[in-house]
Design a protein around this ligand. Structure first.
Ligand SMILES: N[C@@H](CCC(=O)N[C@@H](CS)C(=O)NCC(=O)O)C(=O)O
Length: 238
């Protein structure tokens, strides 16, 4: 049988692609990837050929095209792994539901962060966050603190992820980690120690590092995803 194929966008910018890619990597799913340079002349027809939504990520498996990061996560859980994508197998019903709520919240909300802090891995940039954006950052910090506190209280040997072992919640918040790295310090947004600690865990994940290294090799600049005053650029464009 053919390996699943994951169609993704630019590693520097495509936050939804990162979520699906990281989940597949962390659940040891052997897949091929097809990167597309988003918003280039050639990208729309390629996207439309594979994706009902005209967006990435798309997972193609067994003749089925699964569009949308959340649908991909559910497909992985149902068909591509025996492990639970919702954290430790022995997590309680409440923990599992909490994980699902956070994934849904990231997927449908936190628009202040998503619009004012676009993922731009190679950059360090200064922004003037709106009240909505600051409220979203506070909410994200509360999520991280609560999850890590819950895990610290439990007898599980936690790996420092939100629900013990790596879960889809970590995959969904992964782009937020790169966003905080790009904008928080430069914009004088002070982060809680728990946020810093969780950022460290995520930034030392080998697949996050692999994605980051590949993002730094990219040369396409998407003007609409360049927010704020850029103070530093690293990688081949640096
Ligand atoms: N809700 C979708 C969002 C997908 C999305 O917005 N993808 C962006 C890239 S991160 C995209 O494909 N943009 C290309 C376009 O709109 O032409 C998901 O969860 O996968």
């Amino acid at each position: 049988m053919n390996k699943p194929l994951l169609i993704i966008g630019n590693k520097n910018y495509s936050s939804w692609s990162l979520r699906a890619w990281l989940l597949l990597k962390m659940f040891d799913i052997d897949f091929n990837e097809h990167p597309i340079a988003l918003f280039s002349d050639s990208s729309k027809p390629i996207l439309q050929a594979h994706s009902a939504t005209g967006k990435v990520p798309v997972l193609v498996d067994d003749g089925i095209n699964i569009c949308d990061s959340l649908a991909i996560a559910l497909y992985v859980n149902d068909y591509l792994t025996d492990k639970s994508i919702w954290g430790n197998e022995k997590n309680s019903k409440a923990e599992r539901s909490h994980c699902q709520s956070l994934v849904a919240e990231m997927h449908s909300g936190l628009m202040g962060i998503r619009s004012e802090m676009p993922m731009n891995i190679r950059a360090t940039a200064r922004i003037q966050p709106s009240k909505q954006c600051l409220a979203d950052i506070a909410r994200v910090e509360q999520i991280f603190a609560q999850c890590l506190q819950n895990k610290a209280k439990s007898s599980d040997l936690s790996e420092g992820y939100l629900f013990g072992e790596f879960s889809v919640a970590d995959a969904f918040f992964a782009p937020v980690i790169f966003r905080l790295k790009t904008y928080a310090d430069a914009s004088k947004i002070a982060l809680k120690p728990t946020t810093e600690k969780y950022c460290e865990v995520m930034l030392s994940n080998p697949y996050m590092q692999q994605w980051q290294a590949l993002a730094l090799q990219e040369t396409q600049v998407i003007a609409d995803d360049e927010a704020g005053e850029i103070v530093r650029v690293v990688g081949v464009l640096g």
